[in-house]
Design a protein around this ligand. Structure first.
Ligand code: 5GP
Length: 207
């Protein structure tokens, strides 16, 4: 059985990374695809954990080699999801989560029309600015560029299956978990996971 593919996108600074981290801690059967990026490493980030940090020329070569399922330029840097990682995991029946931008989500939608696409929005632009500033990892110029792009990004919500407002963290996490849980309970999923039970029930077995 192929695993489920979840895509989580949001405007930068919406708190998506923290939500996804908390989700993964509580959902061991879900694995995160680690993206490649050409952007500089932020303090506290680790190569191979947060991203595979890659030189621009190498990244461009990888695009040419068809290494990525999707890739996009976000705020002047390239980001991309590797083909092999995701496809192998899905074929082995593992559920995979991609934390990517809306441009990447659009490309994934075309290749994996059954992917479950979730979009996270902030409760206000004021909250978004505060989050970007509090992160303390980017310059004022970078923060302003990201904020300017946010409204454009938020416009993309119409293309997603689910919309979550990240106002209260726990409520947003609970919404995210509800979506993941429900997706695993569809009859298409359950018919495989509960195969033995269904066979026993349908055979009238009383064991
Ligand atoms: P950041 O630089 O803050 O880590 O990420 C900037 C944006 O790039 C975020 O919206 C993030 O989700 C997105 N991003 C991260 N990895 C990928 C990827 O592999 N593909 C695409 N299209 N976007 C990504």
């Amino acid at each position: 059985m192929a695993g489920l593919l979840f895509v989580v996108a949001a405007a930068s600074g919406t708190g998506k990374t923290s939500l996804v981290k908390a989700l993964l801690e509580r959902t061991p059967e879900l694995s995160l695809s680690v993206s490649h990026t050409t952007r500089a490493m932020r303090p506290g980030e680790e190569h191979g954990v947060h991203y595979h940090f890659t030189e621009k020329t190498v990244f461009e070569q990888m695009i040419g080699d068809g290494y990525f399922i999707e890739h996009a330029e976000v705020f002047g840097n390239y980001y991309g999801t590797s083909h092999t990682g995701v496809s192998q995991q899905l074929e082995q029946g593992h559920d995979v989560l991609l934390e990517i931008d809306w441009q990447g989500a659009e490309q994934v939608r075309k290749i994996f029309p059954k992917s479950i696409q979730i979009f996270i929005i902030p409760p206000s632009l004021k909250a978004l600015r505060e989050r970007l500033s509090n992160r303390g990892q980017d310059s004022e110029e970078v923060i302003q560029t990201r904020l300017n792009g946010s409204v454009e990004e938020i416009r993309q919500h119409v293309n997603f299956d689910y919309l979550i407002v990240n106002d209260d963290f726990d409520a947003a996490l609970s919404d995210l978990r509800a979506i993941i849980r429900a997706a695993g309970l569809t009859s298409a999923q359950q018919v495989v996971k509960q195969q033995d039970l269904l066979i026993a029930l349908l055979n009238g077995s009383h064991d």
